[in-house]
Design a protein around this ligand. Structure first.
Ligand SMILES: O=C1C[C@@](O)(C(=O)O)C[C@@H](O)[C@@H]1O
Length: 250
């Protein structure tokens, strides 16, 4: 179980995150205000879309205003690198220095760090995040294929071993069986691991994985209000209705 602000991450319940993909402060605030009308648990700021991500003065002004809009909504900050489907070209060394600066200045409630970036520097960031009481989502994305069920479980285990507070994996299915493999791996890892998990099968085939979290163990689903940040994302309204329909009554 993990609590961030008032939001609890625990298998059996799935929170909703809306990604913000604006390129300018004006677009970012407009998307945030629109997203907040749907009362998501988490706003994911995808800073790889933000043109001023490397300009500390501009970033500070934007993040301070963004946080003033959010209230109790959790701010998850994500720089998705081009290695894993992100939009901005940035050297790994700059990824680390932006993240280090973000953590040192406590500019987020949660941080997404990619499992596959440099291990030593990743560990440094995880430790710094924990010193600053900022939970870390260790993440891994495959936009081409779905690994075997055993491999998905083993990657999630690796995230726990690396001290992630949450493990996240997003994979692309080529068949219905791939979607089942992701769901099976999620259900299995939920029982074998202590940390909360976030998993999804992307694209058209994987949509079921975005609403079945309460059943199989994924604790956060990403949904859009305007622009989707990944293939297969459903709208917040649809995700809410569908999850409510299929969630087992407690
Ligand atoms: O990792 C994820 C999941 C995601 O890729 C999805 O498939 O919904 C969307 C991204 O914005 C987020 O960082």
């Amino acid at each position: 179980m993990l609590k961030v602000k008032t939001t609890i991450f625990k298998a059996g319940h799935t929170n909703i995150a809306v990604p913000i993909t604006g390129t300018t402060a004006t677009e970012i605030f407009a998307q945030a205000l629109q997203a907040l009308t749907y009362h998501p648990d988490v706003i994911e700021w995808r800073i790889d879309y933000y043109q001023q991500v490397s300009n500390q003065k501009a970033y500070l002004a934007t993040v301070n205003h963004l946080r003033s809009l959010l209230g109790e909504t959790v701010l998850l900050t994500t720089f998705r690198t081009q290695h894993e489907g992100g939009v901005a070209k940035l050297a790994d060394s700059d990824y680390f220095s932006i993240y280090r600066w973000l953590l040192e200045n406590k500019l987020t409630d949660m941080l997404d760090i990619e499992l596959n970036r440099n291990k030593a520097t990743g560990n440094f960031l995880i430790q710094l995040a924990h010193q600053q009481q900022i939970p870390v989502i260790l993440s891994q994305h495959d936009f081409q294929a779905t690994p075997t069920e055993a491999e998905i479980v083993s990657r999630l285990k690796r995230m726990q071993e690396r001290n992630a507070d949450i493990g996240k994996i997003a994979v692309m299915p080529q068949s219905a069986q791939d979607v089942l493999d992701l769901l099976n791996a999620t259900e299995k890892a939920t029982h074998e691991l202590e940390i909360p998990l976030i998993t999804m099968s992307m694209g058209e085939l994987g949509k079921v994985s975005r609403i079945s979290g309460p059943l199989f163990g994924s604790t956060l689903t990403f949904a859009s209000v305007s622009d989707a940040s990944a293939p297969g994302q459903l709208t917040v309204a649809d995700v809410r209705t569908a999850m409510a329909m299929i969630s087992p009554k407690k």
